[in-house]
Design a binder for this molecule. Sequence first.
Ligand SMILES: *Cc1c(COP(=O)(O)O)cnc(C)c1O
Length: 389
Amino acid sequence: MNTASFYRETWAEINLSAIKENVTHMKKHIGQNVHLMAVVKANAYGHGDLEVGKAALEAGASCLAVAILDEAISLRKRGITAPILVLGAVPPEYVQAAAEYDVTLTGYSVEWLQEAARHLGSATVPFHLKVDTGMNRLGVKTEEEIQSVLKILSQNPGLVCKGVFTHFATADEKNRDYFLFQFDRFKTLIAPLPLKELMVHCANSAAGLRLKKGFFNAVRFGISMYGLRPSADIQSEIPFQLKPAFALHSVLSHVKKIRKGESVSYGATYTAEKDQWIGTVPIGYADGWLRKLSGTSVLIGGKRMNIAGRICMDQLMVELDQSYPPGTKVTLIGSQKEETITMDEIAGRLGTINYEVPCTISSRVPRMFLENESIMEVRNPLLQDNTSK
Ligand SMILES: *Cc1c(COP(=O)(O)O)cnc(C)c1O
């Protein structure tokens, strides 16, 4: 029996050593007494939640954060025992499930706390209180609401407040005014809470990287744990070298020479201006290599080669400068020799932010986890295994 981890040679490489390095540097920057919460929502921004979570915890993270309860339960079922905070809104009728799996929820309104208490019965659930200081997404907004929260907590011992936090809307922008306004508002709103007993956090990657102090006692580290900058605006304020963890590779599956005047792909939008070598690569928009990337380039033999014509669902074609044997490596994100295609370059071509790009690479693309350049594990949801190589 053939037991390959994947049968199509298109894969994402996740460098766990880079994740660990980024965490180690951030811990040093924020101070060893400040907790680092590794944000692994959305399958760790498409990188692989279990493996990234474990690597971050090994490198000094205190806990993990996800967006939805399903993500937290999935991590618990796969053996994560560290605290996990759900940052998003969990319907109060599911607090029992959270209690069962010892998952920390976000209490984001007075009504939510009341309903959660009602559904909790005799169970106990940890939560962090979300304070809205200007994002207007989730959270209690006023001094009066904070007082109501304190009252509900005194009457419902099953609701165990372990932390309080807010989220900045503009931490990655050059102008700091709104950020500082939110920061001050946070300090005012949380003043009546027993802060010494709580995990208090406001900083995401951007705020965490830019601040020199004022982290309270925890930082939520997302995008920059993956070695990506929160924005171009704050590039000069990043205090250490970020190391990107995500690379995307494939191979040439078919190589042929077409004649001058022949066209390539749907719509025949590409026409060869001379006799031209064309290579076919088994990746397409169903893998997250979106049609909008038609006209961009990939790396082959350390050189940039242009995508020829439209990207198909499962394949794309490239203009080659010469013949290459089938099986030749193609890099879509990452480096070959002196050339690099960064996540920021692809995001720019898509008219979006770097956050969105790895999230878009679909589960059809297996994730291969590397540490110190050796393959630790391959995860391919299609074959539902995680073969060690
Ligand atoms: C996603 C998220 C983060 C992480 O932000 P980065 O910019 O990726 O560091 C932090 N806090 C909350 C509430 C989030 O939803």
